[in-house]
Write a new protein. Sequence first.
Length: 104
Amino acid sequence: MNNLLAGEGERPGWREERFRYRVLRLVYEHAAASPALIVAGRKLQEELQPNEEELSRAIDFLEEEGYLISAGEQARRLCITGGGIEYIEKGAGRRRSIRAPDLP
């Protein structure tokens, strides 16, 4: 069996990348794949239950990559971009870090 599939030898950064994907995927789902709809950051907080810093880092990264637009400091409001939609619909499945199973 492949060691990565057995949960051994996870590459550095894969967990964080999978978390960022989960954040983007939730915004995509809540916005019904529309850049015109706004998603409240607290919805993500409630569903994912990460620590605040982890979620903030993920949102900042996704915004820098052009996948999300965010507004507000305390109560962030998020919109997915065309690039974010394209990544979810076409690009994410090609990444081994996202396809790899979550480890405990």
